[in-house]
Design a protein. Structure first.
Length: 333
């Protein structure tokens, strides 16, 4: 098992400093953001890398002697967005990331399945949560008709480059659970599309990540270590609570493409992303590692830090200690 960090939390510093932080934590991998919702801060020359062996070699030289190596590229976005400007940009980011991964000797690109609108001509994605009515199933049929050919083409593209695309099972995407993954593979016959197992997005759906790993087996290509804490307000509002606040243009906010922006998290949230150990203990993460090891002993498991109660480095330190202890417990058996 290879342990590392998804680099978005370290976008506030140059790549070299980010590598020092990761190495100082006793971790050996960095999953590098390569586009999508976030800019490729630590790989701005990605176009050149994808096109030029010399540029790829020069980029790899920056890792020599650091004790940290690349552990996948990440370009989470919405390549199925009904706004063509967003969809085309995010889809091209995936293709560019696949080309760059191949040039860098990488075999994993992480992204999301995407989410179309609910009907032709609409402006916004439509996430069907509970299709109890026939109209909702009509929407899903329409969305799968868009998704299947897109991912069939992307599977061929990835296969041609010797790269596997790992979809994060993220809500507000068409593919967000084990059933959806199986449906996508059934519809497309894909051999190079699978899953990035981010436990956190299954926790808040009340799914069991370990059970999902064992159910999907070889379709798990990559993994993320992020925890979730269910808060007391979940008793009142459930885990689908929508108490977010729209941020104004004069506030710091993250652009998601076009004129879409990330909102402020609820102050009385039903659940929160937290550092490892604050939602599930070391024993749980030991079993998570065991399940991943059964699929691939060389699986990359990268910390993603989104715990707003902890600083950037502090959160990584907390998570790294839990993850290293969990791995040590597994290896000691």
């Amino acid at each position: 098992m290879k342990l590392g960090v998804y680099n978005a939390v370290l976008h506030d510093r140059p790549l070299e400093e980010a590598l020092e932080v990761i190495g100082g934590l006793g971790l050996t991998g960095i999953e590098i953001n390569s586009g999508g919702f976030l800019p490729p801060v630590h790989i701005p020359e990605i176009e050149e890398i994808a096109a030029s062996p010399a540029a790829a070699k020069a980029y790899l030289a920056r890792f020599e002697g650091t004790g940290v190596e690349i552990a996948g590229l990440n370009c989470n976005g919405n390549p199925l967005h009904p706004n063509a400007e967003i969809a085309e940009k995010h889809a091209e980011d995936i293709r560019r990331s696949i080309r760059a991964a191949a040039a860098l000797g990488q075999t994993r690109v992480v992204t999301m399945s995407g989410l179309p609108g609910g009907e032709p001509g609409t402006k916004y994605p439509n996430w069907i949560v509970n299709a109890w009515n026939s109209a909702a199933l009509d929407v899903l049929d329409y969305q799968w008709e868009i998704a299947a050919p897109f991912w069939s083409e992307m599977d061929r593209f990835a296969k041609d480059h010797g790269v596997k695309v790992a979809l994060e099972l993220h809500p507000q995407n068409l593919v967000f659970n084990a059933r959806d993954v199986k449906k996508l593979i059934e519809l497309t016959g894909a051999t190079h599309i699978g899953v990035e197992m981010d436990a956190s997005h299954l926790f808040w759906q009340q799914a069991d990540p370990i059970a999902v790993v064992r159910e999907l087996g070889p379709l798990i290509f990559h993994a993320a270590a992020k925890d979730v804490r269910i808060n007391p307000n979940a008793r009142l509002n459930g885990v689908l609570d929508n108490g977010f606040r729209r941020l104004s243009p004069d506030e710091a906010r993250v652009n998601l493409g076009g004129d879409e922006w990330a909102n402020e998290w609820p102050t009385d949230s039903s659940w929160d992303f937290v550092a490892l150990g604050k939602g599930h203990d070391t024993a749980y993460w030991t079993e998570f590692i065991r399940a991943l090891h059964e699929v691939d002993p060389d699986m990359c498991l990268n910390i993603e830090h989104e715990d707003t109660e902890l600083g950037r480095i502090e959160g990584l330190e907390v998570a790294a200690e839990v993850l290293k202890d969990a791995l040590a417990a597994f290896e000691a058996e």
